[in-house]
Design a protein around this ligand. Structure first.
Ligand code: ADP
Length: 347
């Protein structure tokens, strides 16, 4: 199979949310004294930068569940936070319904803040232990609708609590009085309180018991159907992704390797890294010998490899892979892949 033309950079006009060549690096150099090294008789200043997200572009379509997968440390959370404006990108553009939001100040971001909500991995850490459920849930509503009456707020809290499966009569309780699953339901309620359009869920079930995970996933899927929500779903757990995703983006070392409709990705992964990731899932009926073992270790995002960031671990890599950064290109069936081997038709 060969690939077609270079995938045009998404402009975001048709999408709900689009990233266009987004870069997010963290400067971890520390103070000036930490940065100075004595070399050849003089002091030289060295900066250390974690290259967490590198030149990432995609468009999320209204109503879809867009999952981002990859091993721990590949930049998923940074991507999620940058998408929502929690971290400003170093470069690139973020568009919401075709309008740039990465260059807006706090006041200009307010209408977007209501539309874009986040659910975190650890509901206990993300809920204020000193606030009752009522206080936690009414806060965003009052913030975004200062003229709303207190009885309207209370009705709204009760309505959303019922929707997420927490009895409204517990609104006076504190987070520690709930189980992990119930706390995550309350976190979801907090996100839903302001009628968002777009929710970024960062590993929302990873901290929960397996038996509870399915309930929370079902709750998220039901809320999506009832409210027409669009999700960006961050996870390292591919078995979760398979069931809930419309499309899946695979990241390695802060770089987008492959973006495919979920079914296509699981049936016919194109990028060698995606193939290795999927081969590690026992559930898919693969034999033990099918597990693709990658050579070497994941390089540090402080010193990114040249060319394709995956080339040092890829059994198919050649000289071009070591020298030239592969461009994101569209292949068949809505697949987008960044791999010289796929482009050349040898993979
Ligand atoms: P993931 O969510 O895939 O586990 P992260 O986005 O959390 O990955 O991290 C990507 C890389 O960026 C890691 O090397 C991590 O140590 C680094 N990183 C994340 N947040 C910060 C930060 N605030 N300051 C410095 N480095 C960070």
């Amino acid at each position: 199979m060969t690939t077609h033309e270079t995938h045009s950079i998404p402009k975001g006009e048709d999408g709900l949310l689009a990233l266009d060549q987004v870069v997010k690096h963290f400067d971890i150099s520390g103070g000036l004294l930490d940065q100075l090294r004595f070399e050849n008789g003089r002091f030289v200043r060295h900066r250390t930068t974690v290259k967490a997200v590198n030149d990432v572009s995609f468009t999320i379509v209204p109503g879809e569940t867009f999952s981002v997968v990859g091993e721990s440390g590949c930049g998923k959370s940074t991507l999620a936070r940058t998408t929502l404006g929690i971290y400003p990108p170093n470069s690139g553009r973020i568009l919401y319904r075709g309008k740039r939001i990465d260059n807006k100040n706090a006041q200009q971001m307010l209408p977007y803040r209501r539309k874009m909500q986040m659910i975190f991995q650890d509901p206990y850490a993300s809920l204020n232990p000193r606030k009752t459920v009522m206080q936690t849930l009414e806060e965003p509503v009052v913030f975004h609708n200062p003229t709303i009456s207190s009885s309207q707020v209370k009705d709204r809290v009760a309505e959303v609590m019922s929707q997420v499966g927490v009895d409204p009569k517990w609104a006076g309780r504190y987070p520690h009085e709930f189980s992990g699953g119930q706390r995550q339901r309350i976190s979801i309620a907090r996100a839903l309180m302001v009628d968002p359009e777009f929710i970024v869920a960062d590993e929302p079930v990873s901290a929960l018991d397996v038996s509870i995970q399915a309930q929370i996933l079902n709750l998220l899927m039901d809320a999506q159907t009832q409210r027409g929500l669009t999700y960006m779903f961050i996870t390292h757990d591919l078995s979760v992704v398979q069931h809930i995703s419309t499309r899946v983006a695979v990241m390695y070392l802060g770089t987008l390797c492959e973006l495919s409709p979920a079914r296509t990705l699981f049936e016919n992964p194109r990028h060698p890294y995606t193939q290795a990731l999927l081969s590690a899932i026992p559930k898919l009926g693969r034999r033990k010998g099918d597990h693709i073992k990658l050579k070497g270790e994941v390089p540090t995002p402080i010193h990114l490899p040249s060319g394709c960031v995956f080339h040092g671990r890829c059994v198919h890599a050649d000289r071009r892979c070591a020298e030239e950064i592969p461009k994101i290109r569209s292949a068949e069936h809505g697949v987008i892949v960044a791999c010289h081997g796929v482009e050349e038709g040898r993979l």
